[in-house]
Design a protein. Structure first.
Length: 176
């Protein structure tokens, strides 16, 4: 946990240096006052806002539990937006792993599974006539231990469809 806290502090310090201003809330530490303060130059609200707002993660809104997740200096959503924001409106300029000529790009793309509950949201998706590229972004999440919590509809599907090694995985037996 020490590494995670150090990484959060470093991300906030770097953001403060890059933005050159008093952009942070008084608490909690490392959260900007508004989502726009977590954007790099050249990325604007119109590049992402409607897509991210329509996602299921409530990234852009303060809640009773805390500030908007997008406002964290270490936000994976902000990382994705800062990396791909300009391509949302100009997908033809994007090239990913040798794929190009994209026709459409979108943040928080809903991927219906046919199972009950909310569809998973992919952080960024780009399409061309023959290819779909999906991006799922993680920033500091790999530094913290989190046990996966699967909905019952996924548990049942994995128990039937997945190889036994995937069923057990490092998270224990998913069939429980």
């Amino acid at each position: 946990m020490v590494l995670l806290e150090r990484a959060k502090i470093a991300a906030a310090q770097r953001l403060a240096e890059a933005m050159r201003g008093d952009i942070f809330r008084s608490a909690p530490a490392g959260y900007t006052r508004e989502p726009a303060s977590n954007l790099i130059p050249g990325v604007t609200r119109k590049d992402f806002w409607d897509d991210v707002e329509s996602g299921d993660g409530s990234e852009l809104k303060d809640t009773k539990r805390g500030p908007a997740k997008f406002c964290a200096a270490y936000s994976s959503s902000a990382l994705t937006v800062n990396s791909f924001g300009p391509f949302r409106r100009y997908p033809e300029r994007l090239s990913v792993l040798g794929f190009s000529d994209f026709l459409k790009a979108q943040f928080e793309y809903k991927c219906p599974t046919g199972l009950s509950g909310n569809a998973p949201n992919l952080d960024f998706l780009a399409r061309c006539s023959a290819t779909v590229v999906g991006i799922e972004s993680k920033f500091l999440e790999p530094l913290s231990a989190k046990t996966a919590d699967f909905a019952d509809s996924y548990r049942k599907l994995v128990a039937v469809e997945a190889d036994a090694a995937w069923q057990r995985g490092t998270l224990g037996d998913i069939r429980k």
